[in-house]
Design a protein around this ligand. Structure first.
Ligand SMILES: [Zn+2]
Length: 406
């Protein structure tokens, strides 16, 4: 009996690995019978929970590969690749570095991008997985889907108006007069881009729903979804066609009960199902958080990105399905990798760039995303735009550059 159970478990695992292989092949464009990628065994080792150590000295066609060997043979139109592109892509897409590697984290528990595997390889600003696809497409004479390029402008609403001593007095004022009400300004800036890109440019506002619940100091100040300020924002979003998602609180990544309550509260306030999410502080400490999100009925997550540097945390700028390297499961939740967060560019503790180089860096990343037909996801907080000219200027220049370039 025990042997039978063990046997069933092995069969189940192998089937699931096959699903992972099939999905990763689609993502990297290796789902072509002319391509054979030699299995290094790394994926099977990951499925058994064994510690796998990615190689940092192997490249294929100039792109780092984490598992496998050198060499590629072509014969009768068939291509045999010894570099295990499937295990390498799966490892990056599934955040293997955080699961199996020596992951360095900051004071909020988030992986430090500059010290991650991709950081060590000098590949934070190049989408490794998309590069595999580009080369494989070239080898099999396929097109590169550049026309799938999309721009998603997102705004996390951490605060709607200023807190502190003047909060009670200020609450009498129309929230649209608050310096944090920059939504109209951002909408005005993006108007030419939206007009040009049509349905390929969209805007999402992520709102907090943790008012009155257990919170960390990082969540304060917050706002009541039953209050008139939020009603004004909700009405504005509806009028403008801006979608609303949940901005899960600082603690909600660790405490599922909080996430359930926050989702429920937002659904009641909006009278609709909430399917999109991004964690406050980009605080998604483990790929396991995605499993929770999927179980709770979320369909799209926008958290995946580093706080300390811009770039491609899971090696792609395209939306991908959740990949669990522990259970070898391909989930239904779509992960939309964040490209650039406003404070990442300028904060001293992150990249510390001044306005001009910050704008140049953002445009550089936008060009990479466009080249790979990905989603350029910008995170500009309404309050950082309200705080000063620098972020207004950077945002305006990026959007203007996109209007010229798309
Ligand atoms: Zn936030």
């Amino acid at each position: 009996m025990v042997f039978l159970l063990y046997f069933c478990e092995v069969i189940k695992k192998e089937t699931m690995i096959e699903d992972v292989v099939k999905y990763v092949k689609e993502v990297i464009g290796a789902d072509d019978e002319r391509i054979e990628i030699v299995d290094s065994g790394a994926l099977m080792a990951m499925s058994r929970g064994e510690k796998v150590t990615p190689r940092e000295d192997l490249t294929w066609e100039g792109v780092p590969v984490l598992f496998g060997k050198e060499g590629m043979e072509t014969h009768d139109g068939r291509i045999k690749i010894n570099a295990d592109l499937i295990a390498s892509a799966a490892y990056v897409l599934g955040r293997g570095d955080e699961l199996f590697g020596d992951c360095e984290r900051d004071e909020h528990g988030r992986q430090i991008g500059k010290k991650s595997l991709l950081g060590r390889l000098g590949w934070t600003e190049r989408p490794l997985v998309d590069e595999y696809r580009r080369i494989l497409n070239h080898l099999t004479n396929k097109t590169n889907n550049e026309d799938e390029f999309k721009v998603i402008l997102t705004h996390d609403v951490d605060v709607l108006r200023r807190g502190g001593r003047m909060a009670t007095f200020m609450s009498l004022m129309d929230v649209r007069k608050s310096k944090h009400w920059t939504f109209d300004w951002m909408r005005m800036v993006s108007e030419p881009l939206r007009r040009k890109m049509k349905e390929k440019c969209e805007e999402i506002v992520f709102v907090k729903a943790s008012y009155g619940l257990k919170q960390a100091k990082e969540d304060e100040p917050t706002y009541n979804l039953k209050g008139k300020d939020f009603c004004v924002l909700k009405d504005w979003c509806r009028k403008e066609g801006v979608r609303i998602g949940l901005h899960g609180s600082y603690l909600s990544g660790q405490e599922t009960n909080l996430l359930i309550e926050e989702k429920n509260r937002l659904e009641v306030a909006l009278c609709e199902k909430v399917t999109m999410q991004r964690n406050h502080f980009l605080r998604q400490l483990s790929p396991a958080n995605l499993v929770t999100l999927e179980k709770l009925g979320f369909e799209d997550d926008y958290t995946t990105g580093w706080a300390d540097c811009v770039g491609f945390k899971i090696g792609t700028c395209r939306a991908v399905r959740r990949l669990d390297l522990v259970t070898m499961e391909v989930g239904s939740l779509r992960t939309h990798p964040l490209s650039i967060m406003d404070c990442t560019l300028t904060d001293e503790k992150y990249m510390g760039l001044t306005a001009e180089p910050a704008k140049d860096k953002a445009i550089e990343i936008a060009k990479v995303v466009k080249r790979y037909g990905g989603e350029l996801i910008l995170l500009w907080h309404n309050h950082t735009v309200g705080k000063g000219e620098a972020h207004r200027e950077i945002y305006k220049r990026i959007v203007e550059s996109l209007v010229k370039d798309v």
